[in-house]
Design a protein around this ligand. Structure first.
Ligand code: EPU
Length: 330
């Protein structure tokens, strides 16, 4: 249970943790059957026991890469930081903010680990990891070879990457290098962040981190207290025509213009369907953020899945839009 934040009581045949690339490479020939590489387990829903090997990285370390004066991809305001995939994401964010390095403060308090940040392209409050990620180092779980993926090779999009699609399950991320700013430019445009900081003449990244932490704490349930996997669904992107036709009926609907169409918050649609704060068995829709499903205690994966399917059906019936889980079903 300690490796899945939904708090499912499931077992695996074999669980292996490694703390170096060499150790992982040595392990590969011993792997047989299904292999699942996990991070903090904050985006997983186990449908039952796992009949294979679960791998987990304990590669640690946060290293500031030294002078890049001769590097054409950098300027002197930037610092490159190489982080072990097994570092806890928010500990890295805290490390950066303490040093005054900007770029990841809006991603404060996201559960999970550094390796997963590169796989999931985690995002919140107007920032995505793809905006700061330089490269991800990885080991091929079939051949044991090391490969370095530059940002452009990772095929990043909203909550998507090559590691979730074309190369799903093939590589284990070992290190991620991020580009941070020594003179941060704050990103305050999302939601109420600017309003929360309006009493500060010149907010610092530390103030931004605190505002994000306060907002998240107010809206999102703490997995240590109540099992959950953060946003259960992705926000759908629909065509402009479709958006305009729905907007006629729901003029107050929030939306964001994005590449390829208009993004509509699934949480809003779920709330409109009357699901916010409601439960089905021991699975429930969080009462402060309808995008999050919670385990009320002892919920089975079937109960979560039934709730998920019922919500998807209701959203489809009311809005004619298919929403899809962000959580990975195992
Ligand atoms: N809304 C409602 N009712 C709800 C939830 C949301 O009406 O129950 C409305 C809000 O009022 C707002 C809009 O929907 O107008 C967007 O809500 P919010 O800012 O809370 O963000 P979100 O789209 O629901 C996404 C991410 C979150 C991230 C926030 C903030 C996804 C799948 N989720 O949620 O990420 O923290 O934006 O940037 O994109 C996560 O991935 O686990 C996660 C929590």
């Amino acid at each position: 249970m300690s490796h899945n934040t939904f708090g499912m009581d499931v077992k695996t045949k074999r669980f292996v943790e490694y703390d170096s690339e060499e150790e992982l490479q040595a392990l590969i020939p011993t792997l047989s059957g299904e292999v699942l590489h996990i991070g903090g387990g904050s985006n997983l829903l186990f449908k039952g026991d796992f009949d294979g090997t679960v791998l987990h990285s304990a590669i640690r370390g946060i290293e500031e890469l030294s002078s890049f004066a001769s590097n054409p991809f950098m300027n002197e305001d930037e610092v490159l930081v190489r982080v072990g995939a097994g570092e806890v994401w928010d500990e890295f964010v805290a490390w950066a903010v303490e040093r005054g390095y900007g770029g990841v403060e809006n991603l404060s308090l996201i559960p999970g680990e550094v390796g997963a940040s590169a796989v999931q392209n985690i995002g919140a409050y107007g920032v995505e990891v793809k905006d700061v990620l330089v490269r991800a180092e990885a080991i091929d779980l079939q051949r044991g070879e090391k490969r370095v993926f530059e940002n452009a090779e990772c095929a990043y999009a909203y909550r998507q990457s090559i590691f979730k699609n074309a190369l799903k399950g093939r590589y284990a991320i070992t290190y991620v290098t991020y580009r941070l700013q020594k003179h941060p430019q704050l990103k305050l445009e999302y939601g109420n962040i600017k309003a929360m900081l309006s009493h500060k003449a010149q907010p610092s990244i530390s103030d931004v981190r605190q505002a994000i932490i306060d907002t998240r704490n107010a809206k999102l349930p703490d997995p240590k207290v109540q099992g959950n996997a953060g946003s259960f669904f992705m926000n759908p992107v629909v065509s402009r025509e479709k958006f305009l036709s729905i907007q006629k009926d729901y003029p107050q609907m929030p939306f964001y213009d994005v590449e390829g169409g208009v993004k509509i918050p699934a949480g809003w649609m779920i709330e409109q369907c009357g699901w916010k704060g409601k439960s089905l068995g021991r699975a429930a829709v969080h009462d402060k953020q309808a995008l999050v499903l919670v385990n009320l205690g002892g919920a089975t994966s079937d109960e979560i899945l039934t709730l998920c399917n019922t919500i998807c059906k209701d959203v489809q019936e009311k809005f004619g839009i298919d929403i899809h889980p962000e959580v990975n079903f195992i």
